[in-house]
Design a protein around this ligand. Structure first.
Ligand SMILES: [Zn+2]
Length: 210
């Protein structure tokens, strides 16, 4: 697999604050925009468990991005988009088109952003809170690196209280036993299949990289 699995961190971020991995993405985004290299911004998806978080992160990141949050060529158009179940059709079409064409670089969304959407050049998939199932997580991280380039899946605040998910328990087990997170996911999905994936430890997961 060409997707590096990163877990950050073990605790919940302070409410109202943007978690560090997203702050780092904002810095990358601003630097590339200001230096005239907008096309080099890594196209990314941020998956949220709840619609509230989609809105919250959109407002927070837009504020941090400042002028970089809108297309300089067309001030009405955003360089970060939202997508969710129930979005009105014109907004949905605009968001999808801009993201596919690379005019928008970040899509903030829920599980609704999934089947039937194939955008090959996504570089990073962020998750705020662990997805409800391992299969859902596996499918969502598979939306980066489809063109074969190296991708990164960054799981943020996987222990957010109130979200039911088997993933935090898998992560605790990997931490305690110093096991590979990828192997843990694969074993969970395909019970009895214990084959070790051939991924270099430097690009595998947070536990292999330790
Ligand atoms: Zn690993």
């Amino acid at each position: 697999s060409n997707i590096t699995l990163q877990i950050w961190p073990r605790r919940e971020s302070q409410r109202g604050k943007v978690p560090l991995p997203l702050q780092q993405y904002v810095e990358h985004f601003k630097e590339k925009t200001l230096s005239g290299h907008f096309n080099e911004i890594e196209k990314s998806i941020l998956y949220c468990r709840e619609l509230n978080d989609v809105g919250r992160f959109f407002v927070l990141l837009r504020k941090l991005l400042g002028a970089a949050a809108v297309d300089a060529e067309d001030p009405d158009d955003r360089t970060i988009c939202v997508y969710y179940a129930g979005i009105d059709l014109p907004s949905e079409r605009l968001a999808l088109a801009r993201f596919a064409e690379g005019k928008a670089k970040l899509m903030i969304t829920t599980v609704a952003f999934g089947l039937g959407i194939n955008i090959p050049d996504v570089r990073r998939v962020y998750h705020y809170g662990a997805p409800a199932t391992v299969l859902e997580y596996w499918q969502e991280i598979g939306r980066c690196g489809r063109d074969g380039s190296q991708g990164r899946a960054i799981l943020i605040d996987c222990f957010v209280p109130g979200f039911q998910s088997p993933i935090p328990a898998l992560i605790r087990d990997c931490e305690e036993k110093k096991k590979c997170f990828r192997v843990a996911l694969l074993s969970y999905l395909w019970v009895g299949n214990n084959s070790t994936p051939q991924v270099p430890s430097s690009t595998c997961c947070s536990f292999c990289m330790l």
